[in-house]
Design a protein around this ligand. Structure first.
Ligand code: URA
Ligand code: SF4
Length: 213
């Protein structure tokens, strides 16, 4: 048995986003780094009012080293656009910082990270929350939702409203942009995209309201 490790063993003394991002490149806090190309740390301004948290990087993100630059990122970009939120103003990150996959022919197929891997990676997310201190925190999908708000959280019953959380004054959960991609039916896709836009709007609206005092 190997000793139980976590990202905590790899956190730097300095806690600026730049320092964190650099240190995360060398993280060996769980097994996931072994089959991945590189760490995909969060991206966005330190002063972002809104933080979005996905599950883990996908194939494209793994190759580029940036979050949400693949197909799911395109869905997210469209939704942000429609909600009139500038992507550059948002801090984007993931619950897990390495791409977990298994081979299927020539493709690398996404695999949902285990609870132990999410826990192991959590210190990076906590450090990002501490550095950015977002007013609004939105989990994208069930994995991020559970990581942030607890195991009982479900997209079906908990999206579309604000959640109480010690992590940020305004918090919520919506569906994952990849869930939109998985839908084959055109109308269902439109509906899911509209849901994503609605939840982004709600969060951004609540943040703006809070900021206005
Ligand atoms: N899906 C995620 O959850 N995060 C990414 O960065 C890309 C796809
Ligand atoms: Fe470290 Fe997270 Fe990567 Fe595991 S997934 S090696 S904890 S950065």
């Amino acid at each position: 048995m190997s000793e139980k490790t976590s990202a905590a063993d790899f956190l730097p003394d300095g806690r600026s986003l730049r320092t964190l991002r650099q240190a995360a490149l060398d993280c060996r806090g769980c097994e996931l780094w072994k089959d991945a190309t590189q760490t995909v740390f969060g991206a966005g301004p330190r002063k972002a009012k809104l933080m979005l948290v996905g599950e883990q990087p996908g194939d494209k993100e793994d190759l580029e080293g940036e979050p949400f630059v693949g197909p799911a990122g395109r869905v997210l970009d469209q939704a942000l656009d429609a909600a009139e939120i500038a992507r550059d103003d948002v801090y984007l990150t993931n619950a897990v910082k390495h791409f977990k996959w298994r081979p299927q022919g020539k493709r690398r197929l996404h695999q949902t990270p285990r609870a132990g891997e999410i826990t192991a990676c959590r210190p990076w997310l906590d450090a990002e929350l501490e550095a950015v201190h977002p007013v609004g925190l939105l989990a994208l999908g069930a994995t991020a939702g559970k990581a942030l708000f607890g195991a009982k959280v479900r997209v079906g019953k908990d999206r579309g409203r604000l959640l109480e959380s010690p992590l940020a004054p305004v918090a919520g959960l919506t569906l994952h942009p990849s869930a939109v991609l998985r839908l084959r039916d055109h109308d269902e896709r439109e509906e899911a995209t509209a849901t994503l836009v609605e939840d982004l709007r709600m969060l951004a609206g609540a943040v703006a309201e809070r900021e206005a005092g």
